[in-house]
Design a protein around this ligand. Sequence first.
Ligand SMILES: CC(C)(COP(=O)(O)OP(=O)(O)OC[C@H]1O[C@@H](n2cnc3c(N)ncnc32)[C@H](O)[C@@H]1OP(=O)(O)O)[C@@H](O)C(=O)NCCC(=O)NCCS
Length: 181
Amino acid sequence: MAVFQRNSWRSALVQSEQAMKTAARLELIAVDPDSAPVIHQLYQKSPTYFRLIGMEIPTLGDVEREVEALAHDPQRRCCLVAAPVHKEQHRVIGYLDYKLHYPEPMAATISLLLIDEEHQGQGFGSLALEHLESLLSGDLRRLYAVVYGNNLAAQRFWEARGFRHFKDGGPSLRWYVKELQ
Ligand SMILES: CC(C)(COP(=O)(O)OP(=O)(O)OC[C@H]1O[C@@H](n2cnc3c(N)ncnc32)[C@H](O)[C@@H]1OP(=O)(O)O)[C@@H](O)C(=O)NCCC(=O)NCCS
């Protein structure tokens, strides 16, 4: 099983000033090989999303394979979103999957931002995005997001946060883009 550079990446995560401001409320924790069961639980708590995109909820084995595949893609970054939702203690409530320097060198692309259904609509998705933007904005110029299926709520989410529809990558894939400050 591949070894992830969790500590070095994690410390890079908190370097940006903005990231430090939001860190008290929300943390992005780099996925490592032990994260598969937590990610699987998040997926199980998000049946509406998988129904919407016409997919079965991935099995634990699927997630384990996916996590292992991460090690072979050095540009891909996956993190758990943790927030103080229970007596000020941080719990994992979401998942963020993005790829650096894709589709162009000075950009990154979010392929999934998922907040579990119990915690949606409480500002955590916006905070996670804000956190990521502040992390990337010193180094990259542009942030893309892709939306699968007929996911109108997600389309509204990206548009309300300054993203514009950029292109359709087929009948069920919409690309959004935002210039980073
Ligand atoms: C889209 C998503 C990440 C937003 O995260 P969130 O924590 O619910 O969002 P926030 O609370 O920060 O903001 C709520 C906004 O998202 C929109 N939204 C999208 N899905 C929503 C949901 N299921 N419940 C509540 N609001 C939702 C609302 O319209 C609201 O927009 P507004 O503030 O402009 O009125 C989250 O709902 C989710 O995980 N959905 C399923 C996975 C998905 O579709 N991901 C996006 C494609 S990559």
